[in-house]
Design a protein around this ligand. Structure first.
Ligand code: SAM
Length: 246
């Protein structure tokens, strides 16, 4: 349900759009908007599982003290479970030999979906204490079929999280801006070089120019798959870290 300030915003958007685009063009855009899928309003997962993973938290409202980190952090928005399942199935791996990490796990929806698969472990890494707390509450309230992996929550900056010495699936739903992504790729590459035997896969959701440009600076991360979608939010790319020994 929209609050009164968002209705006022909507009135202003419509008035100013009519001034800019004219009545008919504005009406066409409004109809498209009304018919479109709005991920922040999608409560289907929560209705089924007794959780609260919906809504959107803009960057300005994320409780992150360090301002330069804050402005390189992207908003909270949960991925649809169907999308997560598709990404995991597309990896064609034996999940029982992998640890799954969601970098920027928010309220935890991806973690529950990943735990439908028999990963060795599923870990959520989230910088916002408020979102981390929501994920903790969701872990308690979750109802549904028994999950096949255990879920761990870690609250802090993804740059400080120490990766397990295991085969890894490092899921990212466009969590940070390019400066932090660069630091993350340096960190992940260094971890991979310490144990070149293991596989490190990164399914990157909302794979847009800015993130692709960062990955291109790191040739060790090979592009394995690149899928488009009518909704840009769900275009995704799979990278695999290939160390020199491969
Ligand atoms: C687009 S949301 C993705 C939520 C979840 N992974 C999903 O797909 O449902 C991005 C999340 O990344 C978190 N985030 C941003 N910067 C971070 C950082 N440096 N370390 C850990 N989490 C971060 C944000 O707080 C936000 O919850």
């Amino acid at each position: 349900m929209a609050d009164s300030s968002s209705w006022q915003d909507m009135g202003r958007v419509i008035r100013e759009s009519i001034g800019l685009l004219g009545f008919w063009m504005t009406l066409r855009y409004l109809l498209i908007y009304m018919l479109s899928y709005k991920p922040f309003n999608d409560r289907s997962f929560d209705r089924r599982h007794g959780t609260n993973t919906g809504g959107m938290v803009p960057t300005s409202e994320l409780d992150i003290d360090d301002q330069s980190t804050k402005w390189q952090s992207n908003l909270y928005l949960g991925s649809p479970a169907r999308v997560t399942r598709h990404l995991i199935r597309s990896l064609n791996i034996d999940c029982s030999n992998y640890t799954f990490v969601d970098y920027g796990s928010g309220k935890g929806r991806v973690l529950f979906t990943a735990a439908e698969f028999p990963f060795r472990k599923v870990v959520g890494v989230e910088i916002s204490r408020a979102l981390h707390k929501s994920a903790e509450r969701n872990l308690i309230s979750y109802v549904g079929e028994a999950l096949k992996s255990s879920i761990e929550l870690w609250c802090g900056d993804a740059r400080k999280y120490t990766l397990a010495d295991d085969n890894l699936v490092l899921f990212m739903y466009h969590p940070f801006g390019p400066d932090i992504l660069k630091e993350m790729l340096i960190h992940i590459q260094a971890a991979g070089e310490q144990n070149p035997e293991r596989r490190i896969l990164i399914p990157y959701l909302f794979s847009i120019g800015v993130s692709k440009a960062v990955f291109q600076e790191f040739p060790a991360f090979k592009l394995m798959r690149d899928e488009l979608c009518v909704n840009n939010l769900y275009r995704w790319t799979l990278y695999e870290l290939k160390t020199q020994q491969d």
